[in-house]
Each structure stands twice: as structure tokens, then as C-alpha cells.
Ligand binder design. Structure first.
Ligand code: MBD
Ligand code: FE
Length: 282
């Protein structure tokens, strides 16, 4: 048993909650009461409709109450919302983009990872397990013009499906890095292929998935935020063709444009893929 396997839902949940609260404090703004009223009213009406349609009982209402209390106790609100809700928010937010497709951010992004320019290797352990993987491409405008010094902020799980800073025993910035593009707009990121991610089964989200008979898996994926001055930042994820759960992501965050088709590295070991990002103007 490795140290990471001692990761608990409550452990990663509390880290994700603290990370989110820090971001929320930084972005705190004043909500428009008319907007709050309109959205909250419709959200509650949708819930009332579900109760009537399914003839929800008091026993079920109490089970829901207990479960909601547990989501908070386990720190799993970021996990629950990002897995089951965020994909629709992302669809709405990015519907008008013409360039690179987006996907959900999820609960495990941390700003401030170590930086390099052009080509580099993500921070990783000497014995980091997993297939070596070269992720490369070009950041351009919508017209294909390369953008120098664009930012590719990259994070991923390890070969066991764990994220640094959210599971114990991993170096702080393991498999997280910021690559600035070279003068020709290119980036080359050396890493390893991640494993599929399993929603923790010992917390509230796991309990819901188990009680409903769903599966708890996300396909293996890379996370990125690509940005440049004067362009819209795009948050996205990339998946691996033929991988488990690509067609059946519990978070419903896979799109055809986001599926990579890596090839074996010609000289050396591992795989590589080229994937370009066209950024919409701001
Ligand atoms: C993840 O790794 C993730 O990307 C999302 C969206 C939800 C849970 C775990
Ligand atoms: Fe993820």
C-alpha cells in the first residue's frame, strides 16, 4: 500500500474546499438581487417539480437532508458541483467561442505552478510511474498567427489517479507546471500519461454514486488553462482515444474535439501528441 492510497474523501475534500474559498474570496463581488431572485426561484421550482413528479416521501426528504449535511462535513461541495453541474455552466459560458473548445475546471487547479518557456518537464518524482508523454503544440489567434509568450497552465493526476496538494505524500507541485510559448508560439511539455480518476468512495459523493448504482470514474485526462494578453482564457481538458470511460465520463465533460490520438515516440520510449489552441479575442 502506497502513501497516496491513504487519501480520504474528507482529506481531498477539505483541500478542495480551502482552495475554492481562497479563489472565491479573491473574486467576491456584489450580486444583483433581481438576478439572485430569478435564478433561485427557478431552481427551487425545479426541485419542487421533482418532488411532485416522483412523489418524494418524508423518509427520502430526510435522507436528502442527511446527505447534504454530509457533503459539507466531507468538504465535497467542490467535488459534487464540479462533477455533476459544472459541465452545463461551461457549455453556457463558452457557447459563442470560435477557437479551442473548453471543458470544466474541476476542483483541483492551483495557481502558481513552476514556470518554464518553450520546452520543459513537469515537476515529478525521480521514480514517477507512467508512460512518458510529450504534449506539444502551438498557441495561435483565430487566424492561425502564432502567439509568443502565451501561457499554458497545466495540471494532471499521476499514474495512480492522484493530484498533488489534494492527496497526501506527493511533492507540492507534482505534475503541475506553467509553460510559456516560444517565439514561434510552440510549447513542449514532457510528462507522463495520467490514470483514470475515481471519485473517492468513502465520502458523500461516493455514497450517492453507490446508492444510485452509477460508476465513479472519469477518463484519464490532462487539465489546462491557455491564455495570452488580449485573448480569452480557455479552460479545457484533453482525453485519450480508446481510454476507459471516455464514452462514459461521470462528469459528462468529454467532447469529440478534446480526444487526443497519441502516437509512439519514434526514437525513445513513450508517446507524443500535437494539439493546437486557437484563442478567441477578448
Ligand atoms: C477531477 O479530476 C476532475 O477533473 C473533475 C472535473 C472532478 C473530479 C475530479
Ligand atoms: Fe481532473
Amino acid at each position: 500500500m502506497t502513501i497516496e492510497r491513504d487519501a480520504t474523501a474528507a482529506g481531498s475534500g477539505q483541500s478542495a474546499t480551502e482552495t475554492f474559498q481562497k479563489k472565491a474570496r479573491e473574486n467576491a463581488g456584489q450580486a444583483d438581487p433581481a438576478r439572485v431572485s430569478a435564478v433561485a426561484k427557478d431552481a427551487l421550482a425545479a426541485l419542487h417539480d421533482v418532488i411532485r413528479r416522483h412523489q418524494v416521501t418524508y423518509a427520502e426528504y430526510d435522507a436528502l437532508k442527511s446527505w447534504l449535511i454530509r457533503v459539507g462535513q466531507d468538504g465535497e461541495w467542490p467535488l459534487f458541483l464540479d462533477v455533476f453541474v459544472e459541465h452545463v455552466v461551461e457549455d453556457v459560458a463558452n457557447a459563442d467561442r470560435k477557437g479551442a473548445k473548453g471543458s470544466i475546471e474541476g476542483p483541483y487547479y492551483v495557481p502558481g505552478a513552476p514556470e518554464f518557456t518553450g520546452e520543459g518537464t513537469l515537476p515529478m518524482r525521480d521514480s514517477e510511474a507512467g508512460t512518458p508523454f510529450l504534449f506539444q503544440g502551438t498557441v495561435t489567434g483565430l487566424d492561425g498567427t502564432p502567439i509568443e509568450d502565451a501561457v499554458v497552465d497545466f495540471w494532471q493526476a499521476d499514474d495512480a489517479g492522484y493530484y498533488s496538494q489534494f492527496a497526501p505524500g506527493l511533492p507540492e507541485w507534482n505534475l503541475r507546471g506553467v509553460c510559456r510559448t516560444a517565439a514561434d508560439g510552440t510549447f513542449k511539455i514532457h510528462t507522463i500519461k495520467p490514470a483514470p480518476y475515481m471519485i473517492p468512495h468513502d465520502g458523500a459523493c461516493g455514497a450517492l454514486i453507490e446508492a444510485a448504482g452509477w460508476h465513479p470514474w472519469r477518463p484519464a485526462h490532462l487539465h489546462l488553462k491557455v491564455s495570452a494578453p488580449g485573448r480569452q482564457l480557455i479552460t479545457s481538458q484533453l482525453y485519450f482515444s480508446g481510454g476507459d470511460y471516455v464514452a462514459d465520463d461521470v462528469a459528462q465533460a468529454v467532447k469529440p474535439d478534446l480526444v487526443l490520438h497519441p502516437t509512439p515516440v519514434v526514437s525513445g520510449q513513450g508517446e507524443q501528441v500535437t494539439y493546437d489552441f486557437a484563442l478567441d479575442p477578448a
